[in-house]
Ligand binder design. Structure first.
Ligand code: NAD
Ligand code: 6OD
Length: 494
């Protein structure tokens, strides 16, 4: 029987894209669909020699037609790439759904729409970028004029995770390219398809050879590590686990490469008794279980003010148990599979650990059974716990699955202290209708972003990134343009 979710035929053999050509290699690995475990495609793994070729092509392209283009010309090309994505929208959606197992509607909105928006937003922002200008008179009467010019950093290596594949890759490619850099990108080994389609889009849009290079492979002893150690790579932008970020930072230190890191989280949500109750329950369902909990911004720790605690837990359980788990194209489906059986085993190990650590299981905790090929997939139930001590591993380590623990609190002070007691500092969410409290509490979180009465939505011109183990630097809007460019100050004596 043919698989229910397959890739477009052009994507059953996934090649690298180097110097404007699609390149095969002898070493291959399987791309497996997490919905039912069938093999979707063979992926051509890049070795260190091919990574070297990709970096050399990117380096050479800096001095080619790309380097001579105006920002307007580069912007036009990025818009053209977005137009190709728009025209091949269904192929991109099919690629994201088959690789990740997520609902079709989520792939449309979270990945493919954002893929186009990222490229278009940064194409336009790049055109509006400006530098500094200062005039001064020195103590001995000389008049000086200072102004800054922006230049590309050079070759940017971009290494992406599997949870939001096209979103993550275009979030980096848009600003890096509009600033005049060239790139070598590596998608996660779990999600190679949409990146290959993206390379096809760059090719079709007429972006000069060598500007955008794609290599497939793993991290250690594979393409990822080769990218981070290459002497002609000038900057590394990485999204993934905090531990991987540390390893990459060590590799980058030798060449003094610029780094931008978007890493893990263990994000708190605070629900005050004065919240809009319905909106808060719905918000926590979304912030804990969207994309089967595989969003770095998901809330895995929820603190609820004691007067509404019991009612909140009961209502959250009721609404969570209504979430439909199933095939990505079923009507009203809310959750597909996790990314892989390996990740399913990791999340299930936390389900077991939580009980060993003394949690009360409110909902979920297992694997749904369908009686069909999905039983070979990586599905899992959304899970709610109460009763863990603040020091429990399940409350300190990122699970990256559909889990949330609900704990009661009595005072604002106590809630803040517990929310901030984490090695991570990515995102926090706050539910209250008290205006003063909202502003007072929001600024006290040790996180890069705080949502008040909403979650996930934001303007792409705002800074995005994390504190502590959640990241290094900020991207988004001008913050991305600042990271992907180097400024030179020119001081002129008048
Ligand atoms: P991961 O760190 O395992 O892998 C990410 C990428 O790094 C993959 O492409 C992988 O092949 C590569 N890699 C692994 N080891 C490497 C090495 N030594 N050298 C070079 N490359 C290497 O992360 P993941 O499991 O793919 O993604 C999930 C993690 O990503 C979660 O922790 C999540 O919170 C985080 N994440 C963070 C953000 C953010 O914006 N802060 C966004 C998305 C995901
Ligand atoms: O929305 C974004 O721009 C972004 N970088 C989201 C990352 C989500 C983490 O999983």
């Amino acid at each position: 029987m043919p698989a229910r979710f397959a890739l477009p035929p052009s994507l059953t053999s996934l090649r690298n894209y180097v110097g404007g050509e699609f390149v095969s290699t002898d070493k291959r690995f399987d791309n497996v669909c997490p919905l039912d475990g069938h093999v979707l495609a063979q992926v051509h793994e890049a070795d260190a020699a091919l990574v070297d070729q990709a970096v050399q092509s990117a380096h050479k392209a800096l001095a080619g037609p790309w380097g001579a283009m105006s920002v307007d010309e580069r912007a036009k090309l990025l818009h053209r790439v977005a137009d190709v994505i728009e025209r091949r929208f269904d192929d991109f959606v099919a690629a994201e759904v088959a690789d990740t197992g997520r609902p079709v509607e989520q792939a449309k909105k979270l990945d493919v729409f954002r893929g186009m928006l990222n490229l278009r937003t940064f194409a336009d922002l790049g055109k509006a970028a400006h530098g500094d200008f200062f005039e001064m008179r020195t103590a001995d009467g000389a008049d000086l004029m200072n102004y800054t010019v922006r230049k590309p950093l050079g070759v940017v290596a971009s290494i992406s995770p599997w949870n939001l594949p096209l979103l993550s890759m275009t979030w980096k490619a848009g600003p890096a390219l509009i600033c005049g850099n060239t790139m070598v990108v590596k998608p996660s080994e779990e999600t190679p398809s949409s990146a290959t389609l993206l390379a096809e889009a760059f090719h079709e849009a007429g972006v000069p050879p060598g500007v955008f290079n794609l290599v497939h492979g793993f991290g250690p002893n594979s393409a990822g590590e080769a990218m981070t150690r290459h002497p002609l790579v000038d900057a590394i932008t990485f999204t993934g686990e905090s531990r991987t970020g540390s390893t990459i930072m060590k590799a980058a230190a030798d060449g003094m490469k610029e780094v931008s890191f978007e890493l893990g989280g263990k994000n708190p949500a605070l629900v005050f008794a004065d919240c809009d109750f319905d909106a808060a329950v719905d918000g926590v369902v979304r912030s804990s279980f969207t994309n089967t909990g595989q969003v770095c911004l998901c809330s895995e720790r929820v603190y609820v003010e004691r007067p509404i605690f019991e009612r909140f837990v009961a209502e959250l359980k009721k609404r969570t148990e209504k979430l439909k788990i199933g095939w990505p194209d079923e009507p009203d489906v809310a959750m597909g599979s996790l990314i892989s059986r390996k990740h399913q085993a990791k999340v299930l190990s936390y389900y077991k650990l939580a009980l060993e650590e003394g949690a009360t299981l409110v909902s979920g905790g297992g694997v749904p059974r369908f009686g069909d090929e999905r039983d070979h997939g990586a599905f899992i139930e959304p899970t709610i716990w109460t009763g863990l001590a603040d020091q429990a591993r399940c409350l300190r380590e990122e699970v990256f699955g559909p889990v949330c623990h609900i704990a009661p609190f009595d005072t604002e002070e106590e809630a803040m202290a517990r929310a901030n007691d984490s090695v991570y500092g990515l995102a926090a969410t706050l539910w209250t209708t008290n205006l003063s409290r909202a502003h007072r509490v929001a600024r006290r979180f040790h996180t890069g972003i705080v949502w008040v009465n909403t979650w996930y939505l934001r303007d792409l011109r705002t800074p995005f990134g994390g504190s502590k183990l959640s990241g290094l630097g900020r991207e988004g809007g001008r913050h991305s343009l600042d990271f992907y460019s180097e400024t030179t100050n020119i001081c002129v004596k008048l």
